[in-house]
Design a protein around this ligand. Structure first.
Ligand SMILES: C[S@@+](CC[C@H](N)C(=O)[O-])C[C@H]1O[C@@H](n2cnc3c(N)ncnc32)[C@H](O)[C@@H]1O
Length: 268
């Protein structure tokens, strides 16, 4: 069976690899804070919900974990260690268990950096699974635990309406989904809904019966537009700066920054 990647793959921009000053590995302290802040919640969920008696777990001595959108580390290593500790605490005979961790990210992710940084004291077999989590990545009923932190807010593509060469007037001057422009927020929300459906359908096939999934991502309470948050205001400000830069029509920007709705503004 063939599981094709979506055509939007070419648009993908991976995290900066390696361990240099601008690398993801050196600039992901916020993601690390999220792993630490959610550690107890994940442990509690596992203590509450993991049931080794259900059919999906019967006779399985290999506990299979997938981290979807793992990037280059180090947060993923800490998260995987937390999960394994929680499983061991819950299992009656933890020494009988072996663990396999599937590190997933898009093809362009710097898997070399990830695998060169694997903790020497890890208690699991490590496997790379390149590909988009918006489609199937694993065989039927093979995963016991799926984890994804700070990755599912990545859309599979820029919504079609935003990419149109002849865009509607409402799109002008709005390159971010901050909620300032209702129509922009709506097309991004529709894309997110579609992507989440693809993600959930794929995982529904891949998880064993009784398996668990933890998804961590930032969200807003219903009715609060992004534009009212600090993050939204910051994005709005940087978006308007980019638009101003695109409009300055300076030679230095030509070819580098263009208004998202076409090249005319730069060429004029
Ligand atoms: C902000 S990083 C988070 C990495 C890691 N989970 C952490 O907490 O440090 C988001 C990651 O999701 C990956 N990603 C985005 N879309 C993806 C997709 N469709 N399939 C797999 N990985 C994806 C990106 O390549 C990136 O490495």
């Amino acid at each position: 069976m063939v599981y094709p990647e979506s055509k939007s793959l070419a648009e993908f921009y991976p995290m900066v690899g390696g361990h240099g000053a601008h690398s993801y590995a050196k600039n992901s302290s916020q993601q690390r804070v999220v792993v630490d802040a959610t550690k107890e919640m994940v442990k509690e969920a596992m203590a509450d919900k993991l049931d080794f008696e259900v059919p999906g777990f019967e006779n399985s001595t290999a506990f299979q974990i997938a981290d979807l959108g793992c990037s280059t580390g180090p947060s993923t290593f800490i998260a995987m260690q937390n999960i394994i500790e929680a499983v061991e605490q819950k299992h009656q005979n933890p020494s009988a268990l072996e663990f396999q961790v599937f590190f997933n990210d898009r093809f362009d992710n710097d898997f070399n950096t990830l695998f060169k940084s694997l903790p020497p004291s890890r208690k699991y077999f490590a496997t790379a699974v390149p590909g988009s989590f918006h489609s199937r990545l694993f065989p039927n009923s093979t995963l016991h635990f799926v984890y994804s932190s700070y990755a599912l807010h990545w859309l599979s593509k820029v919504p079609e309406e935003i990419q149109d060469s002849e865009p509607p007037a409402w799109k002008k001057d709005s390159i971010q989904c901050t909620g300032f422009v209702k129509e922009v927020a709506e097309v991004y929300a529709a894309q997110f809904k579609n992507d989440m459906e693809c993600f959930l359908n794929a995982r529904a096939e891949e998880l064993v019966e009784g398996g668990l999934m933890v998804i961590i991502l930032s969200a807003l309470p219903d009715g609060i537009p992004m534009s009212r948050t600090t993050k939204g205001k910051t994005y709005g400000l940087s978006g308007s700066c980019l638009i101003d830069m695109a409009k300055t029509n300076l030679a230095v920007f030509e070819g580098l920054i263009k208004e998202h709705f076409g090249s005319k503004a730069v060429d004029q």
